[in-house]
Design a protein around this ligand. Structure first.
Ligand code: C2E
Ligand code: CA
Ligand code: CA
Length: 763
């Protein structure tokens, strides 16, 4: 889309320009306004554009780098600028007329414009003539403009700003007066030019620090920042790391003519809105489906689906959906018996639901957290969360919800239960009575049993056995006829205890048999061991009570077998939970200490898997938009394990570091490098064809073999590599993990032929 200048050929025309010829060329349409989009990473869309001039003279494009300085020297620039400004205003007016979305256009204002034009007068006049509000035009003034003629420029800029034109300081950092300028001019945005920073030098860390400092400073002064001249992923990474959002550079878009710009805008707005609709619908669908899977006990699939959905949405994109997802993931983990993970997700969900003020979800989350404590046997904590759940439920917006009565009932029953456990029978009765008021309306007939069972339990403790005896036959009847058998344990278990307390041994037996019958319908994975163990507990108590010691012994034997199994399972879950906790803590620490290093592999300094996943998403977006091919490669260090084992880890580390450096240097302008496994690297390449990859792979091979010589006298051998690459012409809706196996196939083909070498395949 960008046009090419023919270098020095234009010099002669440029030098021959005079006032009249310039005016003539402008009239003949030789000067054209080009626009370079400014892209927001966070918003994922174009939020502005800079107007840049192109001169097409006698079939050749002369670069502004050639003619602008000459026009400035000859004091003619204001003639051209006035023309380009007019083009910008006219375009904004046209867009308004056609009802298109308007984004601000930045125009360049030269220092000499201030001495040859009434800048303030011209701009206000243009704004009036074309009915374009000043907000839609930004003014770029280079930093060095403020060095001379100070007062006049300051006054004009101040007045323009008052009218609503935003002021951008261009080429910030190029001059010597940078900080003074910031002090004296109340600018809105600073434009930081990446071309001023040489990141390939040895002192690139310093350059990075300076970039970071400038970004931080502008942020603390409340100014915006636009990074200009961003050409590669490395520069982009640095900017992102320091929180710089808006980018103007070839990496995203080159300057283009107005009709290309219109097309680009349309496409971007289109995909942005389509993407939003798509991912919301996708997220909601996944949510529903994972709830269904959870209810059916298919935890693994429920979890993987829910996690996929979560990866598609962000808190900013849809906080309500997000906290719902976290709630479901928490519920899945809890159902799988991993309370620790469940809790992590509940807590994340809670912080989001509170942030977006979604009290319905907050209520559910408080309740679920309470349930975790309930299961872990901590009534005090459980009560605390159940009460919080109740508070949320009471908010007016929740009263209209379908399941409002049911949820109130559950909260009250839960509270009654936990207070009972604490021996606080009065409180328990209080909540039980409130549950009683709701039970008729809660539309769930099984809840009536829950209520009655809780009532019996409490009454037995508080000397009202007669009443319990009276209603017991009814309670058993209800227990044998519940509707929701998937929850059989929670309904039947309390009734079983009541039977025992009343010494109704036949009824107790009947209930236990019903439990066993139901449990047999499920596999161990589906039901878990817990319920089976507890059924055996009941059975044991039963046999002991009726004095059948032989049966009691048998039951005990089976009971211990199950307990042992569960103990093993628990140990596994604990290890998992502890590992997770450690990983989480490490992550938090890292986050706090070096925010920038979170995506970086510590040993080699290249990206890690997490970054690979992130970058792939970004590259996918760029490549599908530009319709350019993507390359994915896997690079494996041959015999690395052997080297590591033979010469020690320090030596091994050195090879890894050296190889990763060489790979990084080879791909720097085309993509990124990631450590994938111990001795494997993945590379992502943008807009490359077979010849480029071939060249790159050969160079990597050569350099690694040159540098990584095994110096041990016993074997003087070079470290070799195997590499497999694939190229996709257009990238489909895949994630990186689906693409890697294709590159892996190529890698394996190389390995099969005795390692060392590379293969590239076009998919
Ligand atoms: P500038 O105002 O700093 O504009 C940005 C320049 O950086 C543009 O060069 C743009 O094409 C280039 N650029 C943007 N992204 C990248 C990138 O990733 N890599 C590289 N290498 N370059 C990038 P352009 O269009 O050649 O203009 C050069 C300069 O000429 C401008 O620098 C500006 O100072 C001046 N200029 C251009 N048009 C006008 C105009 O209408 N009026 C005035 N007064 N000056 C203009
Ligand atoms: Ca500029
Ligand atoms: Ca600039």
């Amino acid at each position: 889309m960008e046009t090419k200048s023919k270098g020095g050929d234009g010099v002669i025309y440029v030098e021959n320009l005079n006032k009249q010829s310039l005016k003539d060329y402008i009239d003949q349409g030789e000067f054209e306004m080009y626009l370079q989009p400014q892209y927001s990473i966070v918003k994922n869309t174009i939020i502005g554009a800079e107007a840049l001039t192109r001169w097409k003279h006698k079939d050749m494009y002369i670069s502004p780098g050639e003619f602008i300085p000459v026009l400035e020297r000859k004091n003619l620039i204001s003639i051209l600028d006035r023309y380009i400004w007019t083009c910008a205003f006219r375009l904004q007016e046209k867009k308004r007329r056609e009802g298109q979305q308007i984004i601000p256009i930045s125009i360049n204002v030269s220092r000499s414009d201030f001495s040859h034009l009434d800048v303030y007068g011209v701009l206000t006049e243009l704004s009036r003539t074309y009915c374009v509000p000043p907000e839609d035009i930004h003014l770029e003034i280079t930093e060095t403009a403020f060095v001379e003629d100070k007062q006049a420029i300051y006054t004009a800029v101040r007045d323009l700003k008052r009218l609503g034109f935003q002021i951008l300081i261009d080429d910030f950092g190029s001059g010597y007066s940078a900080l003074n300028t910031l002090k004296d001019i109340d600018a809105d945005i600073v434009k930081l030019d990446m071309k001023f920073f040489d990141l390939n030098e040895k002192n690139s860390m310093r350059a990075r620090d300076i970039i970071g400092a400038v970004i931080q400073m502008t942020q603390s002064l409340g100014m915006g920042i636009i990074a200009e001249g961003v050409e590669n992923a490395e520069q982009l990474d640095i900017l992102k790391e320091f929180g710089c959002d808006v980018i103007q550079g070839y990496f995203f878009y080159r300057p283009m003519n107005v009709s290309d710009f219109d097309m680009t805008m349309r496409r971007v707005l289109d995909t942005a809105s389509r993407k939003n609709i798509d991912s919301r619908a996708f997220g909601e669908e996944c949510l529903d489906e994972s709830i269904r899977l959870l209810e059916r006990g298919e935890y693994e699939s429920a979890l993987s689906l829910a996690k996929r959905a979560l990866s598609q949405i962000s808190v900013d994109f849809d906080g309500n959906l997000y906290c719902n997802m976290e709630n479901i993931i928490g519920a899945i983990y809890t159902a799988m018996g991993n309370e620790m993970m469940g809790m992590e997700h509940y807590l994340t969900g809670l912080s989001v639901s509170l942030k977006v003020d979604n009290s319905a979800v907050s209520g559910k989350l408080y309740n679920n957290i309470g349930c975790v404590y309930q299961a872990l046997g901590d009534p005090q904590q459980a009560i605390k969360y159940f009460l919080l759940a109740m508070e949320e439920l009471k908010r007016p917006e929740n009263k209209k919800e379908d399941l409002y009565e049911q949820r109130c009932f559950i909260s009250n029953i839960n509270l009654a239960d936990e207070y009972f456990k604490l021996g606080a029978f009065e409180e328990s009765e209080h909540y039980l009575n409130r549950a009683a008021e709701l039970v008729d309306n809660s539309a769930n007939e099984d809840y009536y049993l829950t209520y009655r069972a809780a009532q019996c339990k409490l009454y037995l403790q508080t000397g009202r056995e007669d009443f319990v005896r009276e209603i017991f036959p009814d309670v058993v009847d209800m227990a044998m006829n519940i509707r929701d058998w998937s929850e059989f344990w929670s309904y039947l278990e309390p009734v079983c205890d009541i039977a025992l307390a009343l010494n109704e041994m036949d009824e107790m037996k009947r209930i236990i048999q019903r439990m066993e019958q139901q449990a047999d319908l499920y596999s161990v994975e589906q039901l878990g061991l817990e319920i089976r163990i507890r059924i055996h507990e009941k059975l044991l108590v039963y046999y002991e009570n009726i004095g059948d010691s032989e049966k009691a012994r048998q039951t005990e034997f089976e009971y211990f077998r199950l307990c042992k199994m569960q103990y093993q399972e628990m140990k596994k879950a604990r290890v998992e939970a502890i590992n997770y906790k450690i990983q989480l803590n490490l992550q938090h620490e890292e986050n706090a200490k070096f925010k920038k290093q979170i995506d970086i592999d510590q040993l080699t300094g290249v990206g890690n898997r997490y970054k690979l996943e992130k970058d792939y998403k970004m590259i996918k977006g760029i490549c599908s938009e530009r319709k350019c091919p993507v390359g994915i490669g896997i690079i494996d260090l041959d015999n690395f394990k052997y080297i590591n084992d033979t010469y020690g880890h320090l030596q091994g580390d050195w090879y890894l570091k050296t190889a990763s450096r060489i790979i990084k240097e080879a791909v720097v302008n085309t993509g990124g490098v990631y450590r994938f496994g111990g001795d494997e690297f993945v590379v992502l390449l943008v807009d490359v064809q077979e010849d480029v990859i071939d060249q790159m792979a050969t160079e990597i091979e050569r350099k690694v073999e040159e540098e990584c010589l095994l110096n041990q006298s016993a074997e003087r051998k070079a470290l070799t590599l195997s590499q497999g690459y694939v190229i996709l012409d257009h990238i489909e809706n895949t994630d990186v993990w689906q693409m890697i196996p294709y590159a892996d196939e190529q890698l394996y083909a190389v390995k099969e032929h005795g390692k060392r070498g590379h293969r590239i395949k076009k998919l």
